[in-house]
Design a protein around this ligand. Structure first.
Ligand code: NOJ
Length: 552
């Protein structure tokens, strides 16, 4: 149990629309992914998570599903998925599918039926409620959606309101209905039977709402943070993290545990870390939960030390934390680091050597940056619903907070080479989202084979992690700042009789320190030219991170 593969893996997220276009329509597809799998196998990741490629109107790029058991035609079909799963497995990697259990598209036949009349058999598959009196023309209660604003939508023909935790075209399924539970658990089985190794569960802490539809409480908070979804002066006690939702995590776990090969679940739980952890139900619920505080964490010694220590403390064995620095919703990490490759290398060293399961986002390995896209050209549904927000607000958020509300900016095509289409699609084809004006060498072709590149740094660390048990399954003990000096963060990891010491110089100055592992062997460094780390005194270059295996 403790050594299950998913505890030791590194996950790489592919956004299918943006990875590789094999058929000349400017949209990535499953055959395109198959064609590029060797890149991932060589890189050294263990697991691939695919953002949704199910049938969908694509108003939220696949997070609005209208058939959970078929594939959107622009991506392929079920036979292509079977080939994809086989091709991933043939390379020794695992497959994680994205599963959007909380809501469907409003085009899903279930919802079309559900809204057709109050006595339709599917009516109760979604969350419907009468409006408040008098006249029922006010929403049933004060519940806001996760993205702000009331999550209730009036349906005139049936004179009731339906609830959406996310966008208005994503009606929430009603998990109080046993038929819904059975159908969705059956959907998991459908894909498990086809050989998938795990699921990433979209906003899974939102499955149940208060049975009595009581108001959410007031909260002293305007803007949400990465680990606190309260916003617009409203708490989420009646709409998120309900005891029923936590209990259902165990049901989900029972389904995956019913299959051989240690299948697993990772949940998107926007909540304080302790609450996210509670969704693991002491090892009987979600196997993993995303932890998002790292997204914006400063690349500073004290911050790294604090976060590594906190994650480790809150996720003691058999639990294990996750390390997330980017995804399809959030500004790319390197853009928060000023686009700087040296910092990105150190960040990779942090992510791939701390205790936990790292989640990489496609393109991170070559330093792909945010591609500014004016709101008027955006395809992201979050932006489309805020057309009234003037462009300068987007620009201010970007420059003041390093954040982007336009999710298109982190979803641009994978940069394979330096050609006009970055090798994402054939020359002359227009990619679905624009590429940066200048790729600046942030491509696979430009960096492959160059020991100074970010790509080769990722490759070295991924392979070192795979080859050294202390790195992929060791426990972790932070080194005292007195031992490393305040500019360097370090930890010791031990497993199977092997001990390694990780040292990260999280500053732009060289730093000399007494080697905590004198006479040891260099395992890996962000500096691709370093050959040893045995001397009693070590000099770490600015932003250098390295791993030494202790002697004996
Ligand atoms: C979270 C996903 O990561 C995001 O991309 C999506 O829009 C929402 N959930 C709704 O499914």
């Amino acid at each position: 149990m403790q050594n299950s593969w998913w505890r030791e893996t590194v996950v790489y997220q592919i956004y299918p629309r943006s990875f590789f276009d094999s058929n000349g329509d400017g949209i990535g597809d499953l055959d395109g992914i198959i064609a590029k799998l060797d890149h991932l196998a060589d890189l050294g990741v263990g697991t691939i998570w695919f953002s949704p490629f199910y049938a969908s109107p694509q108003r939220d790029v696949g997070y609005d599903i209208c058939d959970y058991r078929t594939v959107a035609p622009e991506y392929g079909d079920l036979a292509t998925v079977d080939r994809l799963i086989q091709a991933v497995h043939a390379r020794g990697m695992k497959v994680v599918m994205d599963m959007v259990m909380n809501h469907t598209s409003d085009q899903h036949p279930w919802f079309v039926e559900s809204r057709s009349s109050r006595d339709n058999p599917k009516r109760d598959w979604y969350v419907w409620h009468d409006g408040r009196k008098p006249g029922g023309k006010a929403p049933p209660n004060n519940w806001n959606a996760m993205i702000g604003g009331s999550g209730w939508h009036y349906d005139a023909p049936t004179d009731q309101w339906f609830w959406t935790q996310f966008l208005p075209f994503q009606p929430d399924l009603n998990y109080r209905n046993p038929e819904v539970q059975a159908e969705m658990l059956g959907t998991l089985r459908f894909w498990l039977d086809r050989g998938v190794d795990g699921f990433r569960l979209d906003i899974v802490n939102a499955l149940f709402e208060d049975a009595e539809f009581r108001d959410n409480p007031f909260a002293w908070r305007l803007i949400p943070s990465d680990d606190d979804p309260r916003m617009l002066f409203q708490g989420s006690d009646r709409t998120l993290n309900l005891p029923e939702t936590l209990a259902f995590m165990k049901e989900l776990r029972r389904v995956v545990d019913g299959y051989p090969g240690d299948r697993f679940l990772v949940g998107e739980v926007n909540a304080p870390i302790e609450m996210a952890q509670a969704h693991c139900c002491d090892g009987h619920g979600l196997n993993l939960v995303f932890l998002f505080r790292s997204l914006k964490a400063a690349l500073k010694p004290a911050t790294i030390r604090e976060l590594v220590s906190e994650y480790d403390r809150l996720f003691p064995d058999p639990l294990i934390p996750t390390w997330v620095f980017g995804n399809h919703d959030r500004a790319r990490r390197i853009s928060r680091l000023g686009g700087d490759m040296a910092r990105a290398r150190l960040n990779a060293a942090w992510q791939l050597t701390a205790r936990g399961v790292p989640f990489l986002y496609y393109g991170e390995e070559v330093g792909m940056v945010q591609r500014p896209i004016p709101a008027r050209d955006s395809q992201d549904a979050l932006v489309l619903r805020m057309q009234w927000v003037p462009q300068f607000v987007y620009d201010a958020i970007r420059s003041l907070m390093g954040e982007s509300i336009n999710r298109d900016e982190c979803r641009t095509p994978m940069q394979w080479d330096g050609t006009a289409t970055a090798g994402f699609c054939a020359q002359g084809v227009k990619p679905w989202l624009p590429l940066p004006d200048d790729l600046g060498g942030r491509t696979v072709a430009d960096q492959a084979g160059n020991p100074d590149s970010l790509l080769e740094c990722y490759r070295r660390f991924l392979h070192a992690r795979r080859e050294n048990p202390a790195l992929h399954r060791g426990d972790l003990a932070l080194l005292d700042a007195a031992e490393t000096g305040k500019d360097v963060v370090g930890w010791r990891r031990t497993a199977d009789g092997q001990t390694v010491v990780v040292l990260l110089n999280a500053t732009n100055r060289a730093h000399t320190l007494r080697n905590p592992a004198p006479g040891g062997t260099l395992v890996v460094s962000t500096d691709g030219r370093r050959t040893d780390a045995a001397a009693p005194e070590l000099v770490l270059a600015p932003w250098e991170g390295l791993v030494v295996r202790t002697a004996g």
